[in-house]
Design a protein around this ligand. Structure first.
Ligand code: GLV
Ligand code: MN
Ligand code: MN
Length: 411
């Protein structure tokens, strides 16, 4: 156990340097030089572990531990290597390293398994840069096209398409990242919990039963730039006035739903952005999540109706860009049961719980039997530089993954 912890620690400590904001959290945006450095390091680790490395047209990296019959559906494990801006050092990347450790443990036991075991490092799970999400895992499932890449842009107006080109990828070939239907049999992801349940109750392992559905939008309210002093209140088209009236209701609409439903406006941009100029334009993002899709749809409809009403009152308009719509997913009971037995055998404390965070498993679990293991996040903090998880938890997760993979690889 100590050796496993040591290897994982060493790998994750090394990866901490690949951030655009040293000393202020992990900022590893997709198609950046930090992403490239992390992928290069993962490639070296995979080769060192004796895996066959494949990098694909979407920026994902895979390491394959060959089984006896590569034509059988493989067992895949992994997570994402990108991060949010000023995020933590473990969100995503820890799951890649735990998967890699799983491969090392499988290899070390000297047995040749029937199926391939594949370690995956996915690109752009967060959707931080383009407001989307699950770009790499979606590409693996055949859900990304050149049109998709052209459609979504970052805050500087750079499309996924152009970002890929500057990174050395050909967006016209993104569909080639698709894995053949039926070639992935099971998917396993370890991730930090990013919430307070495990840490608060001193529980070592979370067995994830399901993941919330998600809608993401970017709204633009159009107003008219005018002089802040001379334009009477009833003669202005104030985009901030309209947007703020609607934004101020969104959190309450989520609270009214209960059921763990959450809604977040995490980005706002006022243009031209002058203290003495009536706002010509307000852009704001909305992220709505729930295990109950009807709750999400209802809040989305309320936002649409309120914006329609408020803009009509002053004769202005708004646009809505849908960035992501994804259904909630139930994780594999078969794999949860195997994990539960292993967890009990090791006498790790554990709890079954749902995930409020999105994960590659949300995208993958729509099509492929999937399971997730959570490990505690100190004080439940994540998407902030203070995010922390003690390394021995990752070693425990790697052991559980190895035992689960052993069974699945021999089926
Ligand atoms: C990713 O961490 C997300 O849930 O947004
Ligand atoms: Mn995240
Ligand atoms: Mn994550």
């Amino acid at each position: 156990m100590e050796q496993i912890t040591q290897r994982i620690t060493q790998n994750l400590e090394h990866l901490k340097q690949y951030t655009a904001t040293p000393g202020n959290g992990c900022t590893r945006l997709p198609f950046s030089k930090e992403a490239r450095s992390a992928v290069n390091y993962l490639r070296d680790l995979m080769i060192e572990a004796g895996l066959r490395v494949k990098e694909d047209e979407a920026g994902n990296i895979f390491g394959v531990l060959d089984g006896e019959d590569p034509s059988l559906p493989c067992v895949m494990s992994g997570s994402h290597y990108d991060s949010v801006v000023h995020g933590g050092d473990y969100d995503g990347i820890a799951g890649v390293i735990v998967a890699l450790e799983t491969a090392r443990l499988l290899k070390k036991c000297g047995q040749k398994f029937k199926r391939n075991f594949v370690v995956a490092g996915f690109n752009d799970e967060e959707g931080m840069r383009f407001g989307t999400g699950y770009f790499g895992s979606g590409a693996m499932l055949g859900l990304r096209t050149p049109e998709y890449c052209r459609k979504f842009r970052d805050k500087d107006g750079i499309s996924i398409y152009d970002a890929m080109k500057s990174y050395g990828l050909d967006p016209e070939k993104v569909e080639k990242a698709k894995w053949k239907d039926g070639s992935i049999g099971h998917f396993i992801e370890t991730h930090i919990e990013q919430g307070p349940v495990l840490d608060t109750h001193n529980i070592e392992i979370g067995l994830v039963t399901g993941i919330v559905g998600l809608h993401r939008y970017m709204f633009t309210v159009h107003g008219r730039a005018d002089h802040a002093g001379t334009t009477p209140m009833d003669m202005r088209l104030d985009a901030v006035d309209v947007a703020s009236k609607v934004i101020s209701k969104i959190a309450d609409w989520a609270r009214e739903k209960g059921d763990g439903t959450v809604a977040t406006v995490g980005y706002m941009n006022v243009l031209p952005g002058g203290i003495n100029i009536v706002a010509e334009k307000v852009e704001f993002s909305v992220d709505i999540r729930s295990l109950n899709m009807a709750n999400i749809e209802d809040i989305a409809a309320k936002i649409q109706a309120a914006l329609t009403e408020e803009t009509a009152k002053i004769g202005s308009t708004f646009d809505k860009e849908t960035k992501l719509v994804i259904q909630p997913v139930a994780l594999s009971e078969k794999m949860l049961t195997i994990l539960e037995k292993s967890t009990q055998a090791h006498q790790f404390s554990y709890k079954r719980l749902p995930s409020g965070a999105g994960h590659d498993s949300l995208e993958i679990g729509q099509k492929i039997p999937t399971v997730m293991i959570f490990v505690p996040s100190k004080d439940g903090r994540s998407h902030t530089p203070v995010e922390h998880t003690d390394y021995p938890y990752f070693a425990k997760a790697a052991m559980l993954q190895k035992e689960l993979a052993e069974q699945l690889l021999s089926e």
